[in-house]
Design a protein around this ligand. Structure first.
Ligand SMILES: Nc1ncnc2c1ncn2[C@@H]1O[C@H](COP(=O)(O)OP(=O)(O)OP(=O)(O)O)[C@@H](O)[C@H]1O
Ligand SMILES: [Mg+2]
Length: 602
């Protein structure tokens, strides 16, 4: 949270220099396709501001003509008609201006979002290891929304107010110089106080925002782990925590409100005070014949316009500063380096592939001081079924992640067939590896959609066949909606074992050349496991397969077992070979499991 406050403070300090405004230009790139509409909108905007500014002038003339003065047009109703025309023109132009700007900004921002999403999809896993989902979501949502508002509303306001200010001041100076100088003399004091106050109030409102964000963290945390909250019966505790957090929000908001109320009453006093002074001076001018009543009236309306734009300017500057911040963050994300896909239409993936790891060293980029794999060597022949066993944290899943090239090794290489993994086209590589992961997370859609994820071209029969082979059809048929059953967010409406079978069906449907089972049957009961195991045995035929298993009983039949310890292979061989090594690592693991009556399942 304190980080957030720092970011906001930095934004506050961000000066509107050419360089910073140049950053906004980065977004202009997205407007180029819609530039005709954009500039038409801008033209309409200038036009409507200009039309609006003739309004006070005409009102003044109306009053003057009414009080007997002569002008080009001497009919009150004609002048009134012109005023009506001005109003209509103003409304029509504004309608199209709003429409055009909204269209441009919506379309441009959809492009920005599409671009960002595409970027997010192509970024490597290492990028995600160091970011938080919430942070990325706010790039996609609030930052882009802020830019959209800046483009459609802020920009329009800015142009309008600058135009009002410049044209208005020129006009009053031209028509009533004496009164203008008098008025301007009173202004600096008001402006300076407004600026100081405004900054202070913005700071206070940021504190309120921070407190609110902190209280939202409480809600978010507890929603995400509601089961933990309930299991520990800490509902009351959490409510108190949220309550005290909200109290802080109210206190901060009230402090801000006190100053804001003071500021507003000062403004009202200042505005009316100035108005009274101007009216007084204006009235003396009218009395001495230096000014007409209509002239005084248009002057007063012009000054309200001008005053309004000066007052709005501070907010607009703040908005533009925040928009620069948002642009910067969006551009930073756009500039991130995408995953290297490697050669284009590289050679065909070997039908039955050998896999070897040669002296592989690896540490996760987010924890670079801990070496997870320390000179790992593995050789898997084409079509072989091998198992990786070892303690939790030994590096088994890491070996697989490197094979999928989610990460790149620090040194050493992985060779599939005749090619090192880094020379194989990334899409080809991943398309040919089927994985049933340790933790199955599903998409929120239906069971069928989730299985189809293995192969989007599969038809209904193929999906059903894969489901049957994965021993999942029986449980799916017990659901009233069958294959169309929605699995809930991340698949929470299914049990662990059910999710696992869906992942197996997915892998069967994918029909990969290399199959990886990371604890694939760990959440199944003995009976389902037996059935699924049979399906997997069929699936493994003719494919190079890597099985990771804690329960050693399930891997007795594999061609080769690699025993890992702290990132190194300490033993390898068949079950029978390894069983003969009396004090061997494998035997030790087997013995340990024999001592766990529940876990052994033997
Ligand atoms: N994304 C990551 N970032 C940093 N360190 C990680 C990451 N994933 C795993 N590790 C670390 O790497 C080591 C090996 O983890 P790995 O997941 O390969 O173990 P494992 O053998 O699969 O264990 P288990 O049997 O519990 O699944 C562990 O010490 C773990 O803390
Ligand atoms: Mg693991």
């Amino acid at each position: 949270m304190s980080k957030k406050r720092n970011v906001l403070e930095e934004e506050e300090k961000r000066k509107l220099t050419g360089e910073n405004l140049g950053k906004l230009y980065g977004i202009y790139h997205y407007i180029i396709p819609y530039r005709v509409q954009f500039f038409t909108g801008l033209l309409f905007l200038l036009l409507s501001s200009a039309v609006l500014l003739t309004f006070p002038y005409m009102v003044g003339k109306l009053v003057d003509v009414a009080s007997g003065k002569t002008w080009i047009i001497n009919e009150i109703s004609s002048i009134a008609l012109i005023l009506v025309i001005i109003c209509v023109a103003q409304s029509v132009i504004s309608f199209f201006r709003v429409l055009l700007f909204t269209r441009v900004s919506e379309m441009a921002m959809a492009d920005v979002r599409k671009d960002l999403y595409q970027k997010l999809m192509t970024l490597p896993i290492t990028f995600y290891d160091s970011r938080r989902t919430g942070e990325l979501m706010s790039r996609m949502t609030s930052d882009v929304t802020m830019l959209k508002d800046t483009m459609s509303i802020t920009l329009a306001e800015f142009v309008r107010q600058i135009a009002t200010l410049v044209i208005g001041i020129i006009f009053i100076f031209y028509s009533t110089p004496e009164l203008s100088i008098f008025m301007l003399a009173t202004l600096p004091a008001v402006i300076i106080i407004t600026m100081i106050f405004g900054k202070f109030i913005r700071k206070l409102s940021k504190i309120t925002q921070d407190e609110l964000a902190a209280s939202n963290v409480v809600v978010e945390e507890t929603m995400q782990s509601i089961q933990t909250v309930k299991a520990f019966t800490s509902e009351v505790f959490e409510m108190a925590r949220y309550g005290s957090s909200l109290k802080k929000v109210v206190i901060a908001a009230m402090k801000g409100a006190t100053y804001r109320a003071g500021f507003i009453s000062f403004l009202i006093f200042g505005m009316f005070g100035t108005m009274v002074a101007v009216m007084w001076y204006g009235a003396t001018l009218v009395q001495s014949g230096g000014l007409t009543v209509g002239g005084l009236m248009s002057f007063v309306i012009y000054t309200t316009f001008i005053g309004g734009s000066i007052a709005g300017m501070g907010d607009l500057f703040g908005q533009i500063q925040r928009a620069i911040g948002a642009t910067e963050r969006i551009m930073e994300l756009r500039g991130e380096k995408a995953e290297d896909i490697g050669p284009g239409g590289a050679e065909p993936f070997p039908d039955v592939a050998s896999i070897s790891y040669k002296d592989l060293h690896f540490s996760y980029p987010t924890r670079s001081d801990v070496e997870v794999l320390k000179g790992l060597n593995l050789d898997i022949n084409p079509g072989q079924k091998v198992a990786l066993v070892g303690q939790s944290g030994a590096g088994k899943s890491t070996i697989i992640q490197l094979l999928m090239r989610f990460y790149n090794p620090t040194s050493g290489e992985i060779i599939i067939g005749d090619h090192t993994v880094s020379d194989i086209n990334l899409n080809a590589l991943r398309r040919n590896i089927g994985i049933v992961p340790q933790e199955v997370i599903l998409f929120g859609g239906s069971i069928k959609e989730n299985i189809r994820y293995g192969n989007f071209d599969a038809n209904d029969e193929e999906i059903e066949e894969a489901t049957r082979k994965a021993n999942a059809l029986d449980f799916i048929n017990t659901f009233p909606e069958g294959m169309e059953t929605l699995v809930g967010e991340r698949g929470v409406k299914l049990s662990g074992g059910q999710r696992q079978r869906i992942a197996i069906a997915r892998a069967i449907l994918k029909d990969p050349k290399i199959l990886i089972l990371d604890e694939a049957t760990s959440s199944l009961d003995s009976e389902s496991e037996y059935l699924v195991q049979q399906a997997l045995d069929v699936l493994m035929k003719g494919r190079t397969t890597i099985i990771i298993a804690h329960r050693l009983a399930t891997i007795r039949k594999v061609d080769k077992i690699f025993v890992l310890n702290q990132g190194e292979v300490v033993e390898s061989g068949t079950h029978d070979e390894l069983s003969l090594l009396n004090e061997g690592a494998y035997n030790n693991l087997v013995k340990l499991q024999m001592m766990e009556p529940v876990e052994s399942g033997l």
